[in-house]
Write a protein that binds this ligand. Structure first.
Ligand code: NDP
Ligand code: MG
Length: 400
């Protein structure tokens, strides 16, 4: 009998989202099959995943000698080099590409996958933040769907099903507030890496976790929502909701509000993107996590204090300015977060650095792909130059 399972290429399979994607595939072996796995430096885990899922293609982009030696030993058939990510994203057998690399590397392979007609399950935020003005029209031209994996966007997308966009008054994105939600401004300067990494609800990769502490993550999500749902920034707002049970909401012109709820776990938005337009029954699988309202007991909502979280304000401003501004913001944030993780920048200096880089950057209103890539590269390096560090040692991974 023909194999009717959906065939998936996972970019960033060794990361937090990538591993949870494989959990979903493991829970629904009759629905999904892995055709390509791509990662960067975690060769041991990639090899383990390759053994379990037997993909047709394995790609590993890490180029340092230790990684190459490990590949020679464990995965001699793996494709190597940064282009291998695009090869994985355009694998002829893939129906869906789950784009879950961290940082800025996701843009090119995602665009290539769109051009190759693949459905995109998009976790990587930077892709739309930097290049939403190119990615969304390209997807429309190719007739390709971009299905959100980020939990807030998955919620918005579910709330918008069957609705008419002109009847939407605003999108309301929820934020847990991260580990520093209640911390007074004067203490924020001395926040340690450990404090910033101790997210109260979500277990994620280091870059997105630090971004959650500064609320830059929410800022990137606002820009992502603008592109995904074609919504002006004046119609996007953010509210703090510490329990992370309501994943976001849509308010309509009749004052009605739809919300999507569930226990916080990335498995659900990943599953929903992979199975769309169907919903798969999780009862009896390892992923089953029904919500019991009496156990949740209460839901709190608070306004955001933009004085304590200036990164969110910067993201709204950069988003509304458009052009190369979001690429400058995303590039600068990539380096600033990496420097913070290395102990070379204070937490409150992240926003200050981003603001300086945004002011200095050479703005273009209608940037090409090369322009946004160049802007983000310049912004990454500018952060290093501002700190008196050599710009050639560009940081591309927050956990480098
Ligand atoms: P992680 O840091 O946990 O994982 C990143 C993954 O990307 C790893 O598999 C890593 O490989 C791979 N990777 C990094 N650089 C490259 C490269 N140059 N080439 C190929 N692969 C690369 O990140 P997360 O899983 O947390 O996040 C992934 C994306 O999803 C981010 O954009 C994030 O903002 C977004 N996101 C994450 C959420 C979460 O809950 N984690 C929620 C919503 C969105 P290796 O480990 O082998 O080096
Ligand atoms: Mg999110």
């Amino acid at each position: 009998m023909a194999d009717s399972r959906r065939r998936i290429a996972v970019l960033g399979s060794t990361g937090s989202i990538g591993r949870q994607t494989l959990d979903v595939v493991r829970a629904f072996p009759d629905e999904f099959r892995i055709v390509a796995l791509a990662a960067h430096g975690n060769v041991a885990l990639l090899a383990e995943q390759a053994r379990e899922f037997a993909p047709e293609l394995i790609a590993c982009t890490g180029d340092d000698p230790a990684i190459q030696r490990q590949l020679d030993d464990l995965l001699p058939d793996a494709l190597r080099g940064i282009e291998s990510l695009t090869t994985a994203a355009t694998h002829p057998d893939a129906d869906i590409v789950l784009a879950a690399t961290s940082g800025l590397v996701g843009v090119l392979p995602t665009l290539a996958a769109i051009r190759a007609g693949k459905t995109i399950a998009l976790a990587n935020k930077e892709t739309l933040v930097m290049a939403g003005h190119l990615v969304m029209p390209e997807a429309r031209r190719a007739g390709v769907q971009i299905l959100p994996v980020d939990s807030e966007h998955s919620a918005l997308w579910q709330c918008l099903h069957g609705e008419h966009l002109p009847e939407v008054r605003r999108l309301i994105i929820t934020a847990t507030g991260g580990p520093l939600r209640t911390m007074p401004l004067e203490q924020m300067r001395d926040v340690t890496v450990e404090q910033a990494l101790a997210h109260p609800v979500w277990r994620m990769g280091p870059k997105v976790t630090i971004d959650s502490a500064t609320l830059m993550n929410k800022g990137l999500e606002v820009i992502e929502a603008h592109w995904l749902f074609d919504m002006p920034y004046e119609q996007i707002s953010v509210v703090v909701h510490p329990q992370a049970i309501i994943h976001s909401m849509v308010e309509f012109v009749d004052d009605s509000i739809k919300m999507q709820a569930g226990l916080p776990s990335m498995h659900l938005p990943i599953q929903d993107a992979l199975s769309y337009p169907r919903r798969l029954n999780r009862a009896g699988t390892a992923l089953a996590r029904p919500l019991n309202w009496p156990e949740v007991a209460r839901l709190d909502f608070e306004a955001i204090d933009l004085d304590r979280f200036p990164c969110l304000r910067l993201a709204f401003e950069a988003g509304a300015r458009g052009g190369t501004a979001p690429a400058a913001l995303a590039g600068a944030d990539e380096s600033a977060v990496a420097l913070f993780v290395r102990g070379e920048l204070k937490l409150t200096e992240i926003a200050e650095t981003l603001e300086t880089v945004l002011q200095r950057h050479e703005y273009k209103a209608e940037p090409t792909l090369d322009d946004v890539l160049e802007t983000s590269r310049w912004a990454q390096e500018e952060v290093l130059r501002l700190r008196g560090l050599p710009a050639s040692g560009r940081i591309t991974k927050a956990n480098a």
